[in-house]
Design a protein. Structure first.
Length: 302
């Protein structure tokens, strides 16, 4: 029954796509997001800029995600709801919504986040041809309250070494350029296989890759509320790498460095090889310091 209902919505969505493409396509990969997805959808529908489509790809959720999405899709023709017949995983789901997009601008939207009502309008107004992506500032939400505010740094085109050697933590927020507004064609011109593999720190590697195509800039006049909770995609991916051992030493899987090398331009690749030992040592020392702050000083690393 569920499959018939969802594919019925799929056919409705297909017929709606015969109209002119919207200015912005929003792709929302969803999976068991029943606790948060309604708030995410509401904040997008409340945007002051209304010329967008919201493509929700439900990765065979087993909770109330389907019912929530179908209800909103029935109310607003800008919502295209598609339920995957089987679970395809986070990476392929990210790619699925991108491939379905039609607008000249594209953004991914996490099922558990909230956006200021000016988010789309501000970013569309400020994105330049030289940018690969722009995003607003961040408000990190923990247990229903805003815990930290961040304004991500700007990264000019070609900032490979600065990004490669930079700190990789959630509150650093460099990885969250993935939730910026992109020039869709420029994004599609990249080899996006790192998304499909969804491995260790894949989002930081993806941002490293983006600088081959243009600048990354933060527009602080609008914001995204980013929820931190154990069920988020990032928490699930990184959970298997977390243990007490990481307080003593840092073991980044070899696949992590291979990914960096693979997405590096040919002229940059030899330098990345040279910097790998330095990055590994730097990461280890940094982790010791973070562990010391948390265990001995009882201070969060924010």
């Amino acid at each position: 029954m569920k499959r018939n209902v969802s594919w019925g919505f799929y056919r409705v969505a297909e017929s709606a796509r015969s109209v002119l493409p919207p200015k912005v396509s929003i792709g929302m990969p969803a999976y068991n997001g029943g606790d948060y997805i309604e708030a995410a959808i509401k904040s997008l529908l409340a945007q002051t800029a209304s010329d967008f489509e919201l493509i929700i790809s439900d990765d065979a959720s087993s909770d109330g995600t389907q019912a929530i999405c179908q209800a909103y899709a029935a109310l607003d023709p800008r919502i295209i709801y598609i339920r995957q017949p089987r679970n395809i995983g986070p990476g392929p789901n990210f790619m699925f919504v991108l491939k379905r997009a039609r607008g000249p601008f594209f953004m991914w939207a996490a099922q558990d986040d909230i956006w200021a009502e000016t988010w789309i309008a501000t970013l569309v107004m400020n994105i330049r041809p030289s940018d690969i992506a722009v995003r607003g500032s961040l408000r990190f939400m923990v247990n229903g309250e805003i815990a930290v505010n961040r304004t991500p740094a700007d990264y000019p085109k070609g900032s490979y070494f600065r990004i490669f050697m930079g700190t990789e933590t959630t509150y650093n927020a460099r990885n969250l350029y993935i939730y910026g507004l992109f020039h869709r064609e420029a994004l599609l011109s990249l080899d996006l296989s790192v998304l499909l593999r969804n491995g260790y720190s894949w989002d930081f590697i993806f941002v490293f890759q983006l600088t081959a195509k243009g600048d990354l800039r933060c527009i602080p006049g609008t914001y995204q509320i980013y929820r931190l909770h154990p069920q988020s995609d990032g928490s699930q991916v990184m959970a298997k790498y977390k243990s007490w051992k990481r307080l003593l030493y840092r073991v980044q899987p070899m696949s992590y460095y291979r990914e960096y090398v693979a997405v590096s331009p040919v002229t940059v690749r030899p330098w990345i090889f040279v910097l790998i030992p330095l990055k590994h040592i730097y990461g280890q020392v940094q982790l010791w310091w973070r562990g010391f702050r948390k265990l001995a000083l009882h201070r969060e690393n924010i």
